[in-house]
Structures are given as C-alpha cells and as structure tokens.
Design a protein around this ligand. Structure first.
Ligand code: NAD
Length: 294
C-alpha cells in the first residue's frame, strides 16, 4: 500500500515556490503578495487564515490580513474587496468562509476580480476551469490533482467516484477527473446525499475521492481491492491522550480501508497540507500573470 504523503509533497511544492521567489528577488521583480479578509472571530477560520499567512512568510511572499468585525455590513465588506481589487501591490485575494449570515457569499465572491481570485471561487474561474481554459483551480481539488500527478497514479480510463458535490471540493473534482488530460480521462460518477445504493457504486471505483464531511463514513466494505482512496474530510475528535485534547480523523476509516487500498491519503497529513500549497502556487501564478496576462 502506497501512503500518499501530502505533508512532504506540500513541503516540496513550498520549497519550489520559495526558490522561484528567490529568483524573482534576484531579477528585481515584484514579490507575490496575498491578501486575506477575515470576518469575525470564528476559531477555525482564524486558524486557517493564520496558517495561510504563516505559509506566505515561509515561501517569501508578502501578505496582508484585513480583519473585520462580525458586525461589518455587506457594503463595507464589498468596499474592502473593491479596495484590494484596485491595489496594484496585491496579486491574490481570499475571503475566508464562512461569512456571517447577514452577508451574501455570492455577492462577495462575485466582487473579487477574477485576476486576483486565487481561491478559484468566482464564476469566471469556475467557468474557465470547466472549459479547460487557463484558470485558478480551487485549492483543495487542485491539491488532489497535484498529489495524483506527483505519485504517478494512473487515471486514464479508470472509474473515479466522488462522494460529495460541494462547490469547493466535490463538483470541481468531478470536472477535473473527467477532463481530457493527465490527471483526468476518468469515467466519473459524482455521488451526493440523494444517491441510492452508494456502497454499490463506491465498490466499483478505481479512484475514490471522499468529501462527505462525515467522520469515518467510508468503511472497507465500500471499497474495491486495490483502489486509490483520497480522503478530504477533516474532523476533530476528543482524545485525552493528546496534549491538545483532540485528534484529527477523516471521512474514511483509515486502518481498514488502507488494508484494502493500493494507495491512500492519511488524515492528517494528506489532502489538508496540499490545500495551502495550492493557494500559494495560485498566488505565484497571479503575480507572474500566468493565468490572466497582466
Ligand atoms: P459539504 O458539507 O459542503 O458537502 C458534503 C457533501 O456530501 C454534499 O454535497 C452532500 O450531498 C454529500 N452527502 C451527504 N450525505 C451523503 C450520503 N449519504 N451519500 C453521498 N453523499 C452525501 O462538504 P465539503 O465542504 O465538500 O467538505 C467535505 C469534508 O472535507 C469536510 O469534512 C470538510 O471539513 C473537509 N474539507 C477539507 C479540506 C482540506 O483542505 N482538506 C477543504 C475543504 C473541506
């Protein structure tokens, strides 16, 4: 069984990015600059944004964190996005989700200039990705594609089953796995909450990508012998033996599924670390005008 190690792969990608930043510096070019907007005091969101800002420092990017109160109005948030859109110093912008209920995620996402949308969430980038045009691909699916590539997983002609149809993971994943390039060229089945006989479908998967958001949902009986299993889920569960008081598990029952799979991503240390590496990579692409010419 091959353990697909997202931690070491993401470190490798970050060091490749850091190397490119060093070259840009030497050439006297502009250092990539990522801005993040964080609304409110949600603990998980603060951790995610903190990790993103720290990773920027790690690879030599500039970063700006804009913090707004939970009570910020939609208009004020849209204005903050517009200011960053117009700021020539900033190459990439992310707005950390979720947003407070009184703010429309659609309006805010749509306000982000596609050229700076390094999360790949705007209609323009989703549309371009779907058409196979140059685009910023959402960080989690992009990270998975990169893992499949770097671990040389054969995808052409395989049956890929995706569990979950969210806009940020499942849906884009299904499009990427069906596209006419590597990794891709799969026959894809996208499953969701209304899917009937899920285990019968997952048992036919050569590649199973799980983004259901339910702890240890996928068990060995649901998996075909020799499948490649990608676990996107992240859940904190109480564990008194840990200093933190918790440990992380995925959407897949790791031990029993690993015994059957030919390749699998662990949680933690699988898809999670790749998400930030992909975001940094998109920011580098933005700074260098590789997706939309500057
Ligand atoms: P979501 O909650 O938005 O979507 C869950 C999907 O599962 C839905 O599309 C739903 O239709 C489907 N579903 C629910 N019950 C089902 C069933 N019985 N059979 C088949 N499908 C069913 O989830 P999400 O935002 O895509 O996230 C999924 C998981 O991945 C979560 O645990 C989340 O924390 C994690 N996540 C991790 C990363 C990362 O960087 N590793 C990034 C994003 C999300």
């Amino acid at each position: 069984m091959l353990l697909i190690n997202g931690k070491t792969t993401s470190e490798q990608i970050k060091s490749e990015i850091a190397q490119r930043v060093a070259e840009i510096k030497k050439e006297g070019g502009k250092i990539p600059h990522l801005a993040a907007i964080l609304v409110g005091n949600d603990g998980a969101s603060q951790t995610y944004v903190g990790a993103k800002v720290k990773s920027c420092q790690q690879v030599g990017f500039e970063s700006t964190l804009v913090r707004l109160e939970e009570t910020v109005t939609e208009e004020e948030l849209l204005k903050a996005v517009a200011d960053i859109n117009e700021n020539p110093e900033i190459d990439g912008l992310i707005v950390q989700l979720p947003l407070p209920k009184h703010i429309s995620v659609e309006k805010v996402t749509n306000k982000i200039k596609p050229e700076k949308d390094v999360d790949g969430f705007t209609p323009s980038n989703v549309g371009r990705m779907t058409l196979g045009w140059p685009s910023y691909v959402a960080a989690t699916p992009y990270g998975i594609v990169e893992l499949l590539k770097r671990y040389d997983i054969e995808t052409s002609g395989k049956h890929c089953v995706v569990i979950g149809r969210s806009h940020i993971v499942g849906s884009p994943m299904s499009i990427l796995m069906a596209r006419n390039e590597y990794p891709g060229n799969c026959t894809v089945t996208l499953t969701h909450s209304r899917t009937k006989n899920l285990p019968e479908i997952t048992k036919t998967a050569d590649i199973l990508i799980v983004a259901i958001g339910k702890p240890e949902f996928v068990t060995a009986e649901m998996v075909k012998e020799g499948a490649t299993v990608i676990d996107v889920g992240i859940h904190r569960i109480a564990d008194e033996s840990k200093k933190s008081g918790f440990r992380l598990i995925g959407d897949v029952k790791f031990d029993e599924v690993a015994a059957k799979a030919s390749a699998i991503t662990p949680v933690p240390g699988g898809v999670g670390p790749m998400t930030i590496a992909s975001l940094l990579y998109n920011t580098l692409l933005a700074a260098e005008g590789k997706i939309y010419s500057k």
